[in-house]
Design a binder for this molecule. Structure first.
Ligand code: PDD
Length: 294
């Protein structure tokens, strides 16, 4: 077996020897965007939706889109990365990062146009089923991020600090609070069940438009579970009947305690687990269908 590969600027190289310029603006300024796909049996889930979000981010940052944003190019890069790590079966993720490229350090865009840096890798993934069965814990923390959280930039320091604070308190996620409302988590969207309705922050500049969130809301609607895209407040947390995360690596993850507050019965809630079951079935079915189509 050839061993794990990285895709870097059009070439496949052994992952252990992939190197970047120290002048890369991703390294120096966090000047770039990324995506993470869930992969089942070699097929990236919601391939087009992630590419569309990536293209949106590149457009907002005025980075010229490299050819990896084209469906066929991405699909063939993904296939080769997965194949090199024997990930055509089972579960995996693909990470793709695009930065503005390497140039001498100036805050404004480089005068001479740079070639964007493109980096992608595939990793084996094991869904956290034991945690899901008992339910995860979360903490709350101030949302100190900038006002363009709808762009999936590689500048993740507030998310890193939030997640570290959670980890230090034995929690899986940090709910970020801005102006008294729950915006989202450090690496997933946050949804609650309040008065029988699913509640979550509406799409705006203050949250990432999560692809899992969108799929879960569609599933909820198809099951006639009421959905209201209206944020719940920090004070509402004590009144939540259920709470869960939605994200590429979380799927649907029940949250059973926030700080010292048990949520509902303190065990994964019935709506949450129904949504998880349906989401998981949809994830498997849509990847199987993609693999069956030419
Ligand atoms: N995180 N909100 C934030 C801040 C995120 O970083 C993510 C994803 C989400 C969920 O989006 P999606 O359902 O499209 O994955 C919401 C990825 C997985 C990460 O940073 O690893």
């Amino acid at each position: 077996m050839p061993g794990p590969l990285a895709y870097l600027n059009g070439e496949f190289v052994p992952r252990s020897s992939a190197t970047l310029s120290v002048d890369d603006r991703g390294f120096v300024f966090g000047d770039g965007v990324y995506e993470v796909w869930r992969v089942i049996a070699g097929q990236p889930f919601e391939l087009d939706a992630h590419l569309a979000r990536l293209q949106f981010g590149l457009g907002e940052l005025r980075i010229a889109p490299p050819d990896i944003v084209e469906r066929d190019v991405f699909a063939s890069v993904a296939k080769r990365l997965l194949g090199a790590s024997s990930l055509e079966t089972g579960e995996a993720t693909i990470y793709l990062e695009i930065t503005r490229g390497a140039a001498p350090r100036t805050h404004q865009f480089p005068v001479v146009a740079t070639r964007p840096t493109v980096y992608a890798v595939a990793n084996r993934f094991e869904p956290p089923e034991a945690l899901r069965a008992r339910g995860a814990r979360a903490i709350t923390t101030a949302d100190i991020r900038w006002l363009r959280c709808d762009i999936k930039t590689i500048q993740l320091l507030p998310n890193v600090m939030a997640k570290q604070a959670a980890a230090e308190r034995g929690a899986m996620e940090a709910f970020m609070i801005r102006d008294g409302v729950v915006t989202e988590g450090s690496h997933a969207n946050v949804l609650g069940v309040l008065d029988g309705e699913i509640r979550t922050h509406p799409l705006s500049n203050l949250i990432l438009p999560g692809i899992t969130r969108a799929v879960v809301l569609e599933i909820a609607q198809s099951l006639s579970i009421p959905v209201r895209e209206e944020a719940f407040t920090e004070r509402d947390i004590a009144r939540l009947e259920e709470c869960f995360l939605a994200g590429t690596t979380a799927d649907v993850m029940p949250i059973v305690r926030v700080n010292d507050q048990p949520i509902g019965s303190g065990a994964p809630g019935p709506i949450t687990m129904r949504l998880f079951k349906e989401f998981r079935a949809h994830l498997d079915a849509s990847c199987a269908a993609a693999s069956a189509s030419p």
